[in-house]
Design a protein. Structure first.
Length: 84
């Protein structure tokens, strides 16, 4: 059950990261999610308390990313058009 929940949060985080309009933000948050989940679930000994704490923090980060991606979409920055 915990692994399914973690995978759901991981996929949601990648989905929320892909909604950013800025390339740098999009790739930064996707990279951070991959690194965080691999580091935590790649360690050999993970107890239940640390797993719960990690999942709660991941849920908070997911909610924050969803809110920030909405703000990012509201205030798109367009490239300046220069003429010669």
């Amino acid at each position: 059950m915990a692994l399914q929940e973690a995978m759901s949060i991981y996929r949601g985080t990648l989905r929320a990261a892909s909604k950013f309009t800025d390339y740098n933000f999009r790739h930064y948050f996707a990279r951070r999610a991959r690194e965080d989940f691999r580091a935590f679930y790649g360690s050999p000994q993970v107890d239940d308390a640390s797993r719960k704490a990690f999942l709660e923090k991941a849920k908070e980060n997911l909610n924050m990313l969803e809110r920030q991606s909405m703000v990012s979409q509201m205030y798109k920055v367009t490239s300046p058009i220069t003429r010669r």
